[in-house]
Design a protein. Structure first.
Length: 777
């Protein structure tokens, strides 16, 4: 089985191939005449592949536990036990280690799965080490024995350090022989947590008997059991293993079992967890009941600074929470970031009498409440006032009459009744609009003209902003056929197609119909008219996002006299959109009109080198790869080290934010001789920007450690620090990027530099990584 992930469920583990045979009996076809049982098992194990390597984030044991495949669970745990025993036996044989000190059970043991990896590990082994050095050394399980040995011990010296770093980096993807190994995605549960989440109590018992810890920091199986409502497992952990682990341990979200029970809305679970966790903290933290309760009820999650335990408190469990508050008391003065207990409890009506009593005892508590003042509009109803008014006196908020409303709603029946009731057809609203300015159908247009003594003259009326009926119609968004019909009618009635508003805007500024644009072109309406602000119709459509009009106008305008005057504005407006919007609506238009595209870029640079440099820097930082590519293709003499308002240079922008692969662009930009030591507002230069988002850049956007090496080859400072004092090596350890650590160390990264928290790079890593790279401390 070359690819274990493709096997059927029965084949997921090698023993599963022979489930029909009695336990311990091997298939006779797999036993050579001169081969013992241990050798046959080894061959079967190799045939199954590396059981420790995660596939889609899960080891085989994690997957078997989630699927509750009992035979596979047993056989996999047996395999773990067997491999642990190999390590113990090797330590006893080679170093005289006392087997009572099972140090290997508490280490993360690497796995060499290929013959080359095994030989390399063995060649780097150091057997001349003390017991203390052995305790901190890296253990490697060899799945292909080398000279009959199946374990290697790594404790590098100066001459082998880099080679050991390279080997560890190579082996990490193989997974670990460890009882505390975690899933690499999803919930990132340990083996014990996964067993608890599935309610597999017998597995928990066996794992603990074999030396697996119940819980480790941020990984408490009690929370997994609570989350899955496995009540038998909760009782097992809190009773049988009460003294074996810290049941009050919090997870990575800073949640404990009490808070989890509140979120699960389970009163019995809450009572049990609260009782046991308080008892544990009394016994092992020497806290009083009240101190323990107040510690347990606090929920401080940096990702949710406005949430408290009471945010998660739901109806069924609310009474039990209130009972606990009355019994143990709570510190109403507690505040953390956006959380104030007193406010949380009162706003959710939790233990309100307790809160009021606390305020009566200490009125100073009220000073903690941060009041936010809201301005609320007051609405009044005049329905019962009984005003005796006529239709003609009714006005809206903008001075519009009921006639305006009838026309806007295209209600011809109402319009007719209002006219017959004596409403003045020429009353204007506060903006000088006549009812005809709101017309939306040809039928209503005909009716207005018919019922007005000088109806045919109405189309020439302008409001106080200079808008005619023609301008208003052009701004409508409706089907082409009725719109064109109305436009033709008002033009036939004398509307001036060339008339401008008071701001100097033609009808083209307001169009949303390509058919209407074609009609106006035939009437020789000027397309590049500029208004008082120097804005053209194309610029207006770019600003408003009417992309279909933009794509149509662009090729029409580039041969007109005013195009060169405004081209740089058009390009800047297009590139101010998000990359996705630009690609969907504007990039195609530019690709279809390469001459226009080149002209616009040329004119932007001609207009201002500084402005062109600013736009280039902006598109680098907003993932506009197409535009960046055009700037580089046309090879302008830009300031390639231009810094924007946040001090980003183009190269820092490219490496800080990505939506598409851009390594090819980074390479081209490096050829411009850019300064890689310039930092943005947060102290990140190009190298730090890349390392800060390295996981995303490598998973999705085509980068790898080769880009890091490329930056350093072009002068990036390997030990530069950001505003928090972190070097690239600090960040590489923080994000668990072992291959990146290797490259940085190879290029001279300082292992002893401390950030502003006083931490050297290795101290930023997880406990697992710190253990594997202990020799870099």
């Amino acid at each position: 089985m070359d690819d274990i992930s493709k096997c059927s469920e029965d084949e997921v583990f090698w023993f599963g191939l022979f489930d029909d045979l009695p336990e311990g009996v091997l298939h006779p076809l797999l036993i050579d005449d001169f081969e013992d049982e241990a050798e046959t098992k080894r061959k079967l194990k190799l045939q199954a592949g590396n059981i420790y390597k995660p596939v889609d984030g899960l080891t085989q044991l994690h997957r078997a536990l989630r699927q509750k495949r009992e035979p596979s669970i047993k056989q996999l745990i047996d395999a773990y036990q067997e491999d642990f025993e190999k390590v113990g036996s090797y330590l006893e044989k080679q170093f005289g280690w006392d087997l009572a000190d099972r140090v290997w059970l508490f280490k993360t043991i690497l796995v060499a799965s290929s013959e080359d990896e095994c030989r390399t590990a063995k060649s780097l082994e150091n057997k001349r080490i003390s017991c203390e050095q052995l305790r901190e050394a890296v253990f490697v399980l060899l799945q292909h024995p080398v000279n009959g040995e199946e374990v290697a011990i790594l404790h590098p010296n100066d001459s082998t350090r880099l080679s050991v770093i390279q080997l560890i980096t190579r082996l990490i993807p193989n997974g670990f022989l460890s009882w505390i190994c975690q899933e690499t995605n999803g919930r990132r549960e340990t083996i014990m947590e996964t067993a608890a989440s599935q309610g597999l109590n017998h597995v928990i018992v066996r794992l603990h008997e074999l030396g697996a810890p119940i819980a480790i920091p941020e990984h408490n199986p009690l929370l997994s059991a609570c989350r899955s409502s496995k009540k038998d497992t909760i009782e097992l952990l809190l009773n049988r293993y009460f003294d074996s682990f810290d049941c009050s341990l919090r997870d990575g979200d800073n949640c404990n079992a009490v808070i989890m029970a509140m979120s699960m809305n389970d009163p019995k679970m809450f009572d049990l967890c609260l009782e046991k966790l308080i008892a544990y903290r009394q016994q092992y933290y020497h806290e009083t009941e009240s101190q323990a309760f107040n510690e347990l009820i606090r929920f401080e999650n940096d990702e949710s600074t406005a949430s408290s335990a009471f945010t998660l408190c739901r109806n069924r469990v609310k009474g039990r929470v209130e009972h606990a508050i009355q019994k143990y008391g709570i510190d109403l003065s507690y505040q953390w970031k956006e959380v104030t207990f007193l406010v949380c409890m009162l706003s959710r009506k939790i233990a309100t009498e307790f809160c009021y009593e606390g305020i009566r005892r200490d009125p100073q508590l009220l000073r903690m409440i941060r009041h936010t003042e809201f301005l609320a509009g007051t609405e009044q109803s005049f329905a019962d006032v009984g005003f005796d008014v006529s239709y003609s006196t009714v006005r809206g908020s903008k001075g519009e009459t009921l006639l305006h409303l009838a026309v806007e709603k295209d209600n011809r029946e109402l319009f007719t009744k209002l006219i017959e009731a004596g409403c003045d057809p020429d009353t204007l609203d506060n903006e000088g609009n006549h009812p005809i300015h709101f017309v939306k159908s040809e039928a209503m247009l005909d009716l207005i003209i018919e019922r007005h003594p000088e109806g045919h003259k109405l189309v020439k009326l302008s409001n106080q902003d200079g808008f005619t009926v023609l301008h208003k119609l052009c701004a409508l968004r409706m089907e082409d056929e009725p719109l064109i019909s109305m436009l033709k009618k008002v033009i036939d009635l004398g509307a001036d197609v060339h008339q401008l508003t008071n701001e100097g805007e033609s009808a083209v500024f307001f169009l949303g119909s390509l058919a209407a644009l074609e009609m106006f072109r035939k009437l020789n309406v000027q397309l590049d008219t500029t208004n008082k602000d120097g804005e053209t119709a194309l610029m207006r459509h770019l600003r408003q996002g009417t992309t279909w009009m933009t794509r149509e106008l662009l090729p029409l305008l580039h041969q007109l006299p005013k195009f060169e005057e405004h081209a740089h504005k058009y390009l800047k407006a297009m590139l101010s959109c998000t990359r996705d919007f630009f690609e969907c609506f504007y990039q195609v238009a530019l690709e279809q009109n390469p001459e226009v595209t080149k002209l616009m870029f040329d004119l932007l640079f001609k207009h201002s080198r500084e402005e062109a440099s600013r736009v280039f820097s902006k598109v680098c930082g907003t993932a506009h790869n197409y535009a960046v590519g055009k700037f580089l293709e046309f090879d302008y003499d830009l300031d390639y080290n231009y810094q924007d308002d946040y001090q980003y240079t183009p190269i820092v922008g490219l490496l800080s934010y990505m939506e598409e692969p851009n390594k090819h662009i980074v390479i081209k930009l490096l050829q411009k001789g850019v300064d890689l030591k310039i930092c943005n507002q947060w102290g990140r230069d190009a190298l730090l920007a890349l390392v800060y988002g390295f996981r995303t850049a490598t998973d999705w956007y085509g980068h790898d450690v080769g880009t890091v090496q490329l930056l350093m080859d072009h002068g990036a400072a390997v030990n530069a620090t950001d505003e928090q004092g972190n070097t690239a090596l600090h960040l590489a350890f923080k994000y668990g990027e072992a291959e990146l650590v290797e490259v940085l160390v190879r290029n001279g990264a300082d292992l002893s530099m401390k950030n502003k928290e006083g931490k050297v790079p290795l101290q930023m890593a997880s406990q697992v990584i710190q253990g594997l790279f202990y020799f870099l401390a």
